[in-house]
Design a protein around this ligand. Structure first.
Ligand code: SAM
Ligand code: SF4
Length: 361
């Protein structure tokens, strides 16, 4: 595990991470679990550490994406403080995301510090990444206590990858995935199913992943944020994909759950597991246990909603503990029952102007 040395760039965070230190000074009512008005216990936080990214996936963001000024983004110390606040209120699973989390400078220091909370309220520390920087960081992540990583990979075809992400870096991504495996991390691949882009290739992608002992989850594209294309043109309902896969392989429903929205099947022929995340064709909100916080500390209780609570203001106020407690309580009150995505009309505005890279995937 990375040791924070005296004179560390963020001594306060080091102090916070020291076992036995009384975090009550900063953290409010540690005994009050987060439960929303629909009686859903909230135990899962997706924390975005940057809105920046080294790729430009065409369904996610435009080539000329405008990123936030750095001063608006929480410091690593603030991110740590915030995450600990959630853990103290009963969050047991923490996923670091973005933008691309591994492009943020010194991000492994944050993982190392948060890793010290594993077994101290936190059960799992994980991340979602595009894997371009994973080869560099896999060992440090494993040392920090990360056991599983979600890697987004939509195609194994180099030219198509370059076109879809607007960057020709598939070999780097595959190296990252291999390095993660070598470091002992369990890799799950996420692929957005895209009509006319990776549609035909999905069986091959799944077979390859299962051959490498990686689970795969397919995702329906969601109408979040303006991009150059009309997402309707590439929206592929996973009900259709499943029909195609059913003709090719033997799919058996699996009750496996990671506490997320995916529904799983086992594929007899590949020996692997496949998940389906179907925000459009099958709403999965009833069991939602999660919150999302952007890199600027804006808490969105629903990926598909505009409801928001400003945690940065709470953190930077005169009374961070009290204001953070109030803010989290407010989030419980405003968390909606479900999202209302639709993706059936050409030329329609996205359901939300916020990109997925902002809220964190
Ligand atoms: N950059 C990292 C990555 O790509 O894994 C983490 C952030 S990215 C926003 C998280 C996930 O969101 C990725 O799996 C990506 O494919 C997915 N995603 C982005 N925009 C999406 C959209 N409009 N609809 C569905 N999934 C989307
Ligand atoms: Fe970057 Fe992830 Fe969005 Fe692709 S999906 S542009 S890798 S944030």
């Amino acid at each position: 595990m990375l040791q924070a040395s005296p004179g560390n760039i963020w001594p306060r965070m080091t102090e916070l991470a020291t076992p036995g230190r009384n975090r009550d000074v900063l953290m409010p009512d540690r005994t009050k679990p987060l439960v929303d008005t629909f009686q859903r216990p909230i135990t899962y936080l997706r924390l975005s550490v940057t809105d920046r990214c080294d790729l430009r996936c065409s369904y996610c963001m435009p080539e000329q994406m405008e990123f936030l000024p750095r001063r608006e983004v929480l410091t690593l110390e603030e991110l740590h403080e915030l995450a600990c606040g959630f853990i103290d209120r009963g969050v047991t699973k923490l996923r670091i995301t973005g933008g691309e989390p591994l492009v943020r400078r010194d991000i492994v220091d944050l993982f190392a510090a948060l890793g010290r909370r594993i077994g101290e309220g936190l059960q799992e520390l994980t991340l979602t990444t595009n894997a371009t920087q994973l080869a560099k960081h896999a060992d440090a992540l494993a040392k920090a206590g990360v056991r599983r990583v979600n890697v987004s990979l939509d195609t194994l075809d180099r030219a198509k990858f370059a076109e879809l992400t607007r960057r020709d870096v598939l070999p780097q991504v595959l190296d990252g995935i291999a390095a993660a495996k070598n470091a002992g991390l369990q890799v799950k691949l996420n692929a957005v199913a895209l009509k006319g882009i990776n549609e035909r290739e999905l069986p091959e992608l799944i077979a390859w992943a299962h051959g490498q002992q990686h689970d795969v989850t397919l995702i329906e594209v969601m109408p979040l944020g303006e991009v150059e294309e009309d997402r309707v043109d590439h929206y592929l309902p996973l009900t259709q994909v499943r029909e195609v896969l059913d003709q090719r392989w033997t799919l058996t429903d699996n009750v496996h759950s990671t506490g997320g929205p995916a529904r799983y099947v086992d594929i007899a022929e590949t020996g692997g597991r496949l998940g389906f995340i179907t925000p459009l064709t099958n709403n999965f909100c009833a069991g939602c246990n999660r919150l999302r916080v952007t890199a600027t500390g804006q808490l969105y209780p629903c990926l598909g909603g505009g409801e928001r609570v400003d945690l940065r203001a709470a953190l930077r106020s005169e009374d961070p503990a009290g204001n953070l407690e109030s803010a989290l309580n407010e989030a419980m009150v405003i968390k909606p029952e479900k999202h209302h995505f639709r993706i059936d009309q050409r030329g329609a505005d996205p359901a939300l102007s916020r990109h997925m890279s902002m809220t964190g995937g």
